[in-house]
Write a protein that binds this ligand. Structure first.
Ligand code: PMP
Length: 383
């Protein structure tokens, strides 16, 4: 059977999360915003419990957690929700990086059509943007800096800790897309300084279709972000629409489990990475690693096998491994990974690049047995 190695696209739901969600679907019939009956109150109570679970994982107050449909929506609100403030203050300059997820890149590009100026900072060859290259773009009219915590294709950790310190000193709004780090780099996230932070539950073994936008308070004040949809006042208008109670319960439970288990998950993931790397080394194939491993998360590896097209390899080895060569959001039409292009890698290396990502319930032996078979296929098609 094929082993799943595409956790960065979506991680399988944890059985304990699913169990809690089923209970919620079966027993919490109410709308969490209904105030006239106990069904509504009960739904509200489990939603607030989930909010506390998210807050506890992130080391923040539960009043700073706003449930959304996931990181796509959170990222859109974080950027587009500042438009009213931008108009009022005349601040219309945004700084982000060229390796952000499309949810940031496309939103920023769309805002550029509306008269915003956007600077996209490039990473170096190791996959990281430097603090200086971001800071040197700052202007009087900078509205926002948005930088991801961990890149979804390479696993490279970005210097959001230093950036947060510097931007707070300068009073510039800072948004972090923590979709690939939430529940993994737990202590790091707790120590970050930011105004807004996004994540999706399904990347940490929660359900798809739910996530949160964190709006940190400074001197009791929220960042000047507004909801981008009209409707009800759910989530204080930041995200109108009936709260999906069972999804939110699942999001909270996934955060609770991650908080309890992140240390053992991290060492399990590291063990798998080391085993993959030594299997690769023993195979005799020539390969390159994309992203400096000293700065990459333990559950992601991006490799280029010399002379082996990743498209050909993925298709001819899919009975062994479910992998990808980039973000699922861009995979319907093949074009070379913009992340690897921005890192300055050459075209043939990019065309040979594969992303492997795994998680807490990946079985070491199953991963290695199947990866070995994938490498045997690579040997057959290598030119
Ligand atoms: N940001 C990053 C870094 C991601 O990896 C993803 C998912 N690939 C998203 C945002 C969007 O998440 P979702 O599709 O769950 O909204």
């Amino acid at each position: 059977m094929s082993v799943y190695l595409d956790y960065n696209a979506s991680a399988p739901i944890d059985q304990r999360v699913l169990d809690e969600m089923i209970i919620a679907y079966q027993n919490k019939a109410g709308n969490a915003d209904s105030r006239t009956h106990s069904f509504g109150e009960e739904a509200r109570s489990v939603v607030e419990n989930a909010r506390k679970q998210v807050a506890s994982l992130l080391g923040i107050s539960s009043s700073e957690v706003f449930f959304t449909s996931g990181a796509t929506e959170s990222n859109n609100i974080a950027l587009q929700g500042l438009k009213e403030y931008a108009e009022k203050t005349g601040k219309k300059h945004i700084i982000t990086t060229s390796i952000e997820h499309k949810t940031i890149l496309e939103t920023a590009k769309h805002m550029a059509i509306d008269g915003y100026e956007v600077d996209f900072v490039n990473p170096n060859e190791s996959g990281q943007v430097s603090v200086e290259s971001v800071l040197e773009k700052l202007r009087e009219d900078t509205l926002l800096v948005s930088v991801m915590h961990v890149n979804n294709e390479t696993g490279a950790i970005q210097p959001v800790l230093e950036l947060g310190d510097e931007l707070q000193k300068r009073g510039v709004l800072f948004h972090i897309d923590a979709t690939q780090s939430c529940g993994k780099l737990v202590e790091e996230i707790r120590s970050l300084k930011y105004d807004m932070l996004s994540f999706s539950a399904h990347k940490l073994m929660g359900p798809q279709g739910v996530g949160a936008l964190i709006l940190k308070r400074k001197a009791y004040k929220r960042p000047p972000v507004k909801g981008i949809m009209y409707g009800g006042q759910q989530e204080q208008g930041i995200r109108p629409g009936t709260i999906p109670v069972a999804l939110v319960v699942g999001c909270g439970k996934a955060c609770e489990i991650a908080e309890q288990e992140y240390k053992e998950n991290e060492s399990h993931s590291r063990q798998i990475k080391l085993a993959i790397l030594s299997t690769l080394e023993e195979s005799g194939l020539k390969y390159q690693i994309n992203g400096n491993q000293d700065i990459c998360i333990s559950s992601t590896l991006n490799i280029a096998i010399d002379g082996v097209s990743s498209e050909a390899l993925m298709i001819s080895s899919k009975q062994y491994c479910g992998i990808s060569n980039g973000s699922a959001c861009t995979s319907s039409n093949y074009s070379p990974s913009y992340v690897l292009v921005a890192m300055g890698l050459d075209v043939s290396r990019i065309e040979s690049s594969l992303r492997l990502s795994w998680g807490p319930n990946s079985e070491l032996n199953e991963v290695i047995d199947n990866f070995r078979k994938l490498l045997d296929v690579a040997k057959l098609i290598a030119n």
